[in-house]
Design a protein around this ligand. Structure first.
Ligand code: URA
Length: 203
């Protein structure tokens, strides 16, 4: 069992890291394009950590990860597990929205350089929170945390390892929105059930 001093220390370390990230200008393009840094949200003592890719337009506007259409689906996934967003922690590989040409719609994937530059923040967040399970949402999060490039279809369905923490890759919610395929939804639900089992959540 954890003491309240441990919890306090966790809060302090996360706050200090957030402060550092908020002022970060390591990627000049991203720093001038973003409207704000999207550090992460949730319970500093979370047992479950969701790692995503990068902020989109809504996240950039509101300063919170997964609040756009994909985020609404992620929230439903969390609730289907019997949890609330406030119970888990949610953060992305990239804390800034990838820049686009003026007026261009949509999003772009982070470059390998951007991922390398920003990853220390996510690694540190995981190191502070020390969750019991990490869910990597999509191939970018999977690759960032494990270096594995085989993709979600090949690697979902069983746990990998991130620094001693079981990591389960599954499809990104925005992929589910763009590819409405019953089989994919079944697979994601299977993955979430594995996580619930691992955390001894009521099924
Ligand atoms: N997609 C992500 O990967 N992260 C977000 O925060 C929003 C959408």
């Amino acid at each position: 069992p954890e003491s309240s001093a441990d919890r306090e220390e966790r809060l302090d370390r996360l706050a200090a890291l957030r402060k550092e990230a908020i002022g970060c200008r390591r990627c000049p393009h991203l720093a001038s394009f973003r409207s704000q840094v999207v550090f992460g949200v949730g319970n500093p003592n979370a047992r479950l950590f969701f790692a995503g890719e990068a902020p989109g337009a809504e996240e950039d506007r509101l300063g919170e990860p997964f609040v756009g259409p994909a985020g609404k689906l992620l929230t439903r996934m969390i609730e289907a597990m019997g949890l609330q967003r406030e119970d888990v922690y949610i953060a992305n590989i990239l804390k800034c929205r990838p820049d686009l040409p003026e007026g261009a719609p949509g999003n772009r994937k982070p470059t390998p350089e951007e991922m390398e530059t920003c990853l220390p923040y996510l690694r540190e967040q995981i190191g502070i929170i020390r969750p019991e399970v990490i869910v990597a949402l999509g191939a970018t999060a999977l690759e960032g945390l494990t270096g594995l490039r085989k993709g979600i279809s090949a690697l979902r369905g069983s746990f990998l390892d991130f620094q001693g923490i079981p990591l389960l890759p599954t499809f990104h919610p925005s992929y589910l929105l763009h590819k409405p395929d019953l089989r994919l939804k079944r697979q994601v639900w299977e993955d979430l059930l594995l996580v619930m089992e691992r955390l001894h959540l009521p099924i």
